[in-house]
Design a protein around this ligand. Structure first.
Ligand code: F6R
Length: 254
């Protein structure tokens, strides 16, 4: 648990973590949405000003809306192009195809593509205000694989800001399952803003439960959660997390 003062500071730390993987030519798991944007902006800056090279990296997206045309501006393949890929020359980007006629077959093929790539080295995730991880809404099996899910009304409302109206937000998505996300070797969770405070507290300090899908991360051996003060505001052990981070041994990375 790392509590930082602001979303920009969260982005800088997440970029620090990802930079090591980028230099190693790792397979990256990328999230969309607003939470990772400061980290992506910082990685773009390092690419432009410091020559950080993404040429040997491959990336897999967490999820995709069902039914949005491939060139729709809110299709996650387009979102990640604008947010990161096109800006850093990352061309080997995979995502589940939400326009596939056979969605279960597409989901299985996506799982196979991740497996064939040797798995995901580092998976960046945000968290929904309802505790979702990827688009695994409350009630998702903690062992689930990539599949179709139905968005809650809360998530559709949360995401309506990216669309012209609530009606335009799809009801269905293809998402990596919680079991898929658990297979990533390192998971980096980034959450900022008070709207995420309850979900963060549930994920980190609540019971492991399908009611708060992000709580599955408690079962993962290597998770770094980077949250700003607002997103940390409901954590009961915030003081302990701060102390532990301030006294982190020099040899210990993230
Ligand atoms: C996005 C994703 C979602 C978001 C979550 C938070 O690929 O899988 O789980 O990370 O909905 O969204 P923001 O960051 O926009 O608050």
């Amino acid at each position: 648990m790392v509590i930082v003062p602001s979303p920009v500071a969260a982005g800088r730390l997440v970029a620090d973590i990802l930079e090591g993987y980028v230099r190693a030519g790792a397979t990256l798991g990328l999230a969309t949405g607003s939470s990772p944007e400061p980290a992506y902006d910082e990685l773009v800056r390092r690419h432009r000003e410091e020559g950080l090279d993404f040429g040997r990296c491959r990336a897999f997206l967490l999820d995709e809306y069902v039914g949005l045309a491939a060139d729709h501006p809110q299709a996650y393949r387009q979102v990640i192009r604008r947010a990161l890929a096109d800006r850093v020359g990352l061309t080997d980007v995979h995502g589940p195809d939400g326009t596939a006629s056979d969605l279960p077959a597409e989901a299985a093929a996506y799982e196979e593509a991740i497996r064939a790539a040797g798995g995901i080295d580092v998976q960046l995730v945000g968290i929904g205000s309802d505790g979702h991880l990827g688009f695994n809404e409350p009630g998702s099996s903690l062992a689930s694989r990539t599949r179709v899910k139905t968005l809650t009304e809360r998530t559709r409302r949360d995401n309506a800001r990216f669309f012209g109206s609530l009606e335009e937000v799809p009801h269905h998505v293809l998402t990596q399952g919680l079991g898929t996300i658990r297979d990533a070797r390192h998971v980096v969770l980034v959450a900022t803003g008070v709207a995420k405070a309850e979900a963060v507290a549930g994920a980190v300090e609540g019971p492991v439960s399908a009611f708060c899908p992000a709580s599955v991360l408690q079962l993962h051996p290597h998770v770094t959660a980077v949250v700003d003060e607002a997103a940390a505001s409901r954590l009961r052990l915030a003081g302990y997390y701060r102390f532990a981070h301030e006294h982190k041994p020099d040899w210990q990375g993230y």
